[in-house]
Design a protein around this ligand. Structure first.
Ligand code: ATP
Ligand code: MG
Length: 222
């Protein structure tokens, strides 16, 4: 059983009278344990695809199965539960809560998941140690470098032990050195068993994954 099965996904954005088709029938599978890179020019539909895989948006047509469950058939509440339990999401611009320190940022999704406060604190400290930030528990995002903020975001994304980590240009706002460190962290998490789908423009980073999905104008070309 594939972890992710996409069959003929199309996405049409509608704004007023205008329609724009961002995906034209995209099909692929992702197996458990894989590290897959998604590349292609700006506007080719990478984020659109990742948002559908993460249950943040819905396709217009086609079928999306996750662990054999039909995600498109889920009502909003089931979809929110799917996102919280199964999906970890990392973005180019981190999206940490600015007023919260690192430990509270990491603990946040566990709170939605119903984990008790003491347990959340303990696990947040473990997760921050795992990404090399055991000395930054009480630091706020404004007191951390970009690379450190992204490591907090990754710790937060894996807090509920998701089945897959979806990363949209996770190194896009970082310099080369910090980007390399984030990539090393992702590769380690993958070796430890985490399935990862990463959108990137950086062909050097894409080359370090198991497999490349290349997109063009809303289609997979390779
Ligand atoms: N909400 C929206 N309404 C209308 N069109 C949209 C919307 N979101 C995206 N699009 C269009 O869909 C196409 C694909 O967008 P998407 O964000 O998926 O591209 P991308 O491959 O992630 O690009 P980038 O590398 O610049 O992030 C683009 O042409 C974009 O303008
Ligand atoms: Mg994008």
């Amino acid at each position: 059983m594939a972890l992710i099965q996409a069959e003929g996904l199309t996405k049409i954005y509608q704004s007023g009278k205008n329609e724009y088709q961002a995906l034209h029938g995209v099909s692929f599978q992702i197996e458990k344990g894989e590290f897959v890179a998604v590349t292609g020019r700006s506007g080719c539909g990478k984020s659109t695809l990742l948002n559908i895989l993460g249950g943040m948006d819905r396709q217009t047509q086609g079928r999306y199965l996750f662990e054999d469950a039909d995600v498109s058939g889920m009502k909003n509440r089931a979809l929110a539960n799917f996102r919280n339990k199964k999906i970890g999401f990392v973005f180019q611009s981190f999206y940490l809560a600015g007023e919260m320190d690192a430990a509270h940022n990491v603990a946040l999704p566990m709170g939605y998941g119903g984990v008790r406060a003491a347990q959340r604190r303990r696990r947040a400290a473990e997760l921050l140690a795992e990404v090399g930030l055991e000395n930054k528990l009480k630091s706020k995002p404004s007191q951390m470098s970009g690379g450190e903020q992204q490591r907090v975001a990754i710790a937060r994304a894996i807090a509920n032990s998701p089945s897959v980590l979806l990363a949209d240009e996770p190194t896009g706002n970082l310099d080369h050195e910090n980007g390399k460190q984030i990539m090393e962290l992702l590769r380690r998490l993958n070796r430890e068993g985490l399935t990862i789908v990463m959108v990137t423009h950086d062909l050097e980073l894409a080359g370090q994954t198991d497999r490349l999905i290349k997109m063009q104008d809303g289609r997979i070309i390779e």
